[in-house]
Design a protein around this ligand. Structure first.
Ligand code: PHB
Length: 532
């Protein structure tokens, strides 16, 4: 294994296939979600046959999709990051306040947690602007090049400072932080450099705020305030307002926006104080049951120890932030020995940490997920959209029914529908509606479905828009059950009767809609997924 020299040797009980699977997920994440199998082979240093089996297993789990020679991360992989974010609870409790502040200031607002000597974003309320580099949920930044960094560093132990110095020596240009541009050699005159980090940390302690004056790249400025855990007084996360020098200088941010950030943070801390105890969702018993069946079916191509190991991460969640080995085994349906080896592997990889009771015996030790779990696929998918989620499913559907399929939403005026994704069938005569094109809502199957107060399970139109065209549509619902889009298939009267549409197309439409919904619900749990 081509591990960097600084990587400690894995413990004897670590599960090698699980480590390889995690390495594949890391490389795909760094590559923005897509790599060819041969690029994966190079990036991981694994044998091609190993890469093939790992990717086949991840595909079976629904975490990657194989498009020809490319492996692509799918929205389902976000359930790993979701498990961490749900267990953390801060996004659920504070993201509403962060979004409201972003609206009030018309600037981006983020929430970040400490991750070793870095900071990792757990929420982003982003303003889309030409002049701004914006980070994604799950991105890791080196502490010394950010505003939250010095605030977290006020709590560092001497060992943590030593680890930071070692990292700075080994990676002076921040090449291990793919989310940031490499360190600029000559920072603009008068601006701080990362070498000032210790001074900035001392300076951050008493006023309890910190600035980033273009440490990441020219133009980018930020001001940050810690959100403290009301029980411990320690920093739970850091809230930042991010802007560009074309709108605010760093000094400007401090003078004009810091007071409003402080007010918002005080409200966040009050929210934490008043938060009801976490609701412990039902434990998802038997997560691991399906792995045996997959092994039977796929044989050598299915790496069961990888699939079993990954289910361990999804045992965590809201109200399940700290789990003992016994609880993990129960939640996953894995044998204790299997769950134990997976936890040992994750602890070695820094994805799981022993929570609180370090003194407790091994059986009673509680484990918790770390922010690093977000590096398993989350950032590239956190910017997806409903059309992007839908297209691979539309391809499968078009293939299955041999008709053009599309996704449509109602326009703002409410009297038209707009196609947002479309996969044509390869008939000479196919219904020609392109993404972006609009049609009258009341004469299309998708439109009629979206116009109804309580949408039907499906609608069918028969030559109403155009002679010869028959269309059938089913609803797509968001996490709350609201209908937000319609999935539609169009055919020609010469190809299928109305009855045949219902008999041959409707079941496939329905199952495709439920696949799209499953992806949408996973992706939108902690990120906003645009409908267009
Ligand atoms: C951000 O939220 O994008 C952000 C926050 C603090 C920084 C830089 C960027 O120092």
């Amino acid at each position: 294994m081509p591990l960097p020299d600084s990587t400690p040797t894995p413990p004897a009980e670590a599960v090698a296939p699980l480590m390889r699977g995690v390495a594949v997920l890391h490389r795909l994440t760094e590559a923005s979600g897509v790599l060819s199998l041969s690029a994966l082979e190079r990036a991981t240093g694994l044998a091609r046959s190993t890469v093939d089996r790992i990717v086949a297993t991840l595909a079976r789990m629904g975490y990657v999709r194989l498009d020809g020679r490319d492996a692509t991360l799918t929205p389902r992989v976000m359930e790993l990051g979701n498990a961490y974010l749900a267990a953390l609870r801060l996004p659920a409790l504070l993201s509403g306040r962060a979004d409201a502040l972003a609206d009030e200031l018309d600037e981006s607002v983020s929430l970040a947690v400490a991750d070793g000597d870095g900071i990792r974003f757990v929420h982003q309320a982003t303003r889309r602007r030409a002049m701004s580099l914006s980070f994604r949920i799950g991105d890791l930044l080196p502490a010394e090049r950010t505003a939250p960094g010095p605030l977290f560093a006020t709590e560092w132990t001497p060992e943590e400072w030593a680890a930071w110095r070692t990292r700075r020596q080994q990676d002076p240009h921040n090449r291990d932080f793919p989310a940031v541009p490499p360190v600029v050699r000559q920072p603009p005159a008068g601006t701080a450099t990362s070498d000032d980090f210790e001074r900035r940390t001392t300076g951050a302690a008493s006023p309890d705020y910190a600035l980033d004056d273009q440490l990441i790249e020219p133009g980018l400025v930020a001001v940050s305030v810690p959100v403290r855990d009301p029980r411990t007084g320690r920093i739970a996360c850091v809230a930042s307002v991010v802007s560009h020098t074309s709108r605010h200088t760093a000094a400007d941010l401090r003078d004009t926006l810091l007071p409003r950030l402080r007010t918002a943070v005080a409200t966040m801390e009050e929210d934490l104080r008043q938060a009801p105890p976490p609701e412990s969702g039902p434990s998802r018993t038997g997560l691991a049951v399906w792995t045996g069946a997959s092994k039977q079916e796929l044989g050598r191509e299915f790496v069961e120890s990888l699939a079993r190991g990954l289910t361990v991460l999804t045992a965590f969640g809201e109200g399940r932030a700290e789990l003992t080995l016994t609880e993990v085994a129960k939640a996953t349906g894995l044998a204790r020995a299997t769950a134990r080896r997976a936890l040992i592997t994750y602890e070695h990889l820094g994805l799981v940490t022993a929570a609180g009771g370090a003194g407790a015996g091994p059986a009673h030790r509680a484990f918790a997920l770390t922010p690093r779990v977000l590096s398993l696929g989350f950032p590239p998918l956190s910017r997806t959209s409903l059309p992007r989620i839908a297209v691979p499913h539309l391809r499968t559907l078009t293939d299955a029914v041999q008709e053009t399929t599309a996704l449509a939403v109602l326009t703002e005026s409410g009297d038209e529908i707009q196609y947002t994704a479309r996969v044509p069938a390869s008939h000479v005569m196919s219904v020609d509606v392109r993404p972006g094109s609009r049609l009258p809502a009341d004469r299309t199957a998708a439109g009629r479905l979206l116009l109804e107060g309580t949408p039907a399970t499906y609608t069918l139109t028969d030559e109403e828009l155009e002679q010869g065209v028959r269309a059938i549509a089913v609803p797509i619902r968001d996490r709350t059950g609201r209908v937000i889009a319609a999935l539609n298939a169009a055919t020609h009267v010469a190809r299928r009767t109305t009855e045949e549409c219902v008999r041959d197309i409707l079941p496939a439409l329905r199952s495709t809609a439920s696949h799209i919904e499953a992806d949408l619900h996973t992706a939108s749990r902690f990120t906003r997924v645009p409908l267009t």
